[in-house]
Design a protein around this ligand. Structure first.
Ligand code: NAP
Length: 233
């Protein structure tokens, strides 16, 4: 029996890559996306089930996650109406009891406060936090609140923290570390398709349960340097 997985935020860039990787593995896929974005999934509409609607709508999520072995969520901090935390809460509350729950976010989310950030990340996150109440487009604080709720949950979660992203062919499964600032992550770049690959591979990786891996592309200079150090150790 193939695994059934739900992808919440299926029509975005990461979401579409996740659909591809999930179909490659023979999974049955349910995709949730906003009503106005259903057309973006036209090319896969005959191979997946699409549930249109806002991802923080509990009725939409309840329908979409029914019978799923895993729920993969693109956490996005859009708007000022608690979209990210509402989405995360709906999935935490409504996914089947034993389902693997895998959430995406950026390096700026910290689980234990032990991450060490560059001045650039600190500046950007600080500036976005200060501007958010004025421009009212994104609310990073709500993504932080979403992550806080996930970390506090006893569900079988993983929070995948992405570096800067770029398009391009796959380099294979990214490497990961527990803390931003660890040397292996220094290159701060991952192919978007590989971010999605990591999310999908996490479905079957028990070692990632209750982890918040920060990821980086496996062919980046810092990942290669780390691999060489491991080889010679
Ligand atoms: N971009 C980066 O450099 C970067 C870096 C690290 C981590 N990440 C993480 O990667 C994930 C997304 O990656 P991405 O940047 O490549 O974006 P993406 O995959 O294009 O995802 C954007 C998502 O946001 C939704 N969205 C767009 N506008 C919206 C609105 N006004 N209201 C509600 N939803 C809206 C999109 O849905 P529609 O299709 O309906 O528009 C889509 O599901 C996030 O978890 C992010 O934290 C991104």
């Amino acid at each position: 029996m193939p695994k059934k997985i739900c992808i919440v935020g299926a029509s975005g860039k990461v979401g579409r890559y996740m659909i591809g990787h999930a179909l490659d593995r023979g999974y049955e896929v349910v995709g949730v996306c906003r009503e106005q974005s259903v057309d973006k999934l036209a090319d896969v509409a005959d191979r997946i089930t699409i549930v249109p609607g806002p991802t923080d709508d509990r009725d939409v999520i309840a329908r979409a996650v029914e019978g799923c072995d895993a729920v993969l969520v693109v956490l996005v901090p859009w708007g000022m109406k608690h979209y990210a935390s509402g989405t995360a809460q709906a999935v935490l509350d409504l996914a089947p009891t034993d389902a693997r729950l895998i959430f995406s976010c950026g390096w700026h989310i910290t689980r234990d406060g032990q991450d060490v950030y560059s001045w650039k990340v600190r500046f950007l996150v600080g500036a976005m936090g200060r501007l958010a109440p004025i421009i009212r487009v994104v609310d990073l604080n709500d993504q932080v609140e979403a992550a806080r709720r996930i970390f506090a949950s006893d569900r079988r979660w993983t929070v995948v923290r992405g570096s800067d992203l770029e398009e391009g062919e796959s380099q294979g499964l990214p490497v990961w570390s527990r803390h931003v600032g660890d040397p292996v992550l220094a290159s701060n770049l991952t192919r978007r398709t590989d971010f999605a690959l990591f999310m999908v591979a996490a479905v079957d990786d028990e070692e990632l349960v209750h982890e918040a891996p920060a990821i980086v592309g496996r062919l980046t200079p810092s990942a290669r340097a780390h691999a060489r150090t491991e080889e010679t150790a």
